[in-house]
Design a protein around this ligand. Sequence first.
Ligand SMILES: *Cc1c(COP(=O)(O)O)cnc(C)c1O
Length: 437
Amino acid sequence: MENAVRYLTQYDPEVGALASAEAKRQQRTLSLIPSENYTSKAVQLALATAYANKYAEGYPYVWSDGSREDRRNGRYYRGQEYTNELERLAIRRALQLFTPDPGEYHANVQPLSGAPANLAVLSAFLKPGDTFLGLALDYGGHLTHGHGVNITGQYYNAVQYRLNDSYELDYDEIRRLAKQHAPKIIFCGATAYPLRISFRQLGAIARETGALLVADIAHICGLCVTGCHEHPFPHADIVTTTTHKLLRGPRAGLIVCKKPYGAAIDRALFPGLQGGPHMNAVAAMAVALKEAMSPDYQRYAGQVVRNAKRLSKLLQEEGFKLMGGRTDNHLLLLDVVGSAGGLGAKDGSWLAKQWETAGIVANKNTIPGDTRPWYPSGVRLGTPAITTIGMIDQDMVHVAEWIIRATRHAENETELRRIRDEIGQFMEQFAFESFYV
Ligand SMILES: *Cc1c(COP(=O)(O)O)cnc(C)c1O
């Protein structure tokens, strides 16, 4: 494969040089965006297989009378013996990873990413104008949970719930809204929520009000399948996730649901929403699902949470304000405008830009009360990527120090560049897997 990289670089020097520059950037900076991770070489290789060439519209089975017939070919084009086998393998692994009772559940491995997975679920069960409940974006929810700029907020009547004053999910409020609006679906899950989600309580609300519970675990999937967070099943009816965040696979989406919902979801995704699946991503997903069942991954998930908790404590002790007051998972949401001890910043956008000069890569994030989404008061940090390359509790001391220095000296370019050099050197000891470095 190293030869293949040389081949690309000679064949197309411009793309080759960019690929290698991006790999080096990832290797030398602190990657703290909680939705990002580093894939293994095996996942990267699976993405570069001949599966990338193949159209496989349809499924490796057909639905008849509401049950799945695995031996019938549901594809539109010929030449599918190996795509069929691969997709069945990925589905088996998804079910094995997600549920102790694979016979009662169904998996669809074809969503091109998290957003189409969510839209497929909504369009499977809702007609335009129908009501669903989702967490508001400025309270940590995702765009696809009904925000007005997203199709999910435009085609459907999306009622948005908010967190309470302590930045916690407010189950009584969700129940009240569900009773008032009678949604067909209650969406839960978040992109910027540092605390635990009680799927059990949400499941009870959904059953009381006759709604389906959809758990979008894009961020915390890796914690749910390793026992580091409550599992959405059996409380949720449908689970959607991305596979490229904590799960450490290719950029793709995955839906796992209770069996009775399988046929409608399959149809909604294809032909309802998508065309041909990206079979190379399905191959890489199968690899990542297998990795996620290993003892190594189990240790990894535990370490991600330990690192996040340690980093939270260290930052909090120096005056950073944490939304929710702590972290229970892999991410921290800082209110950088409201932080004390000389750590207060004009806004999260500016601070994230200054940090980047120091080699600290994070993202700005809205927090409740923000009125300017491009200049929000928050910054979001996560430990999935730095844990993948091997950082443990004691490394968080350095990470916290750099974050604090880069914040206190955010206007001092010389100091920021000094930090960048220190981080670059520090990163050399860790195991970043790429064919391009
Ligand atoms: C990331 C994310 C998504 C969307 O995934 P994409 O792959 O970016 O489309 C959906 N829901 C949640 C909660 C997410 O965090």
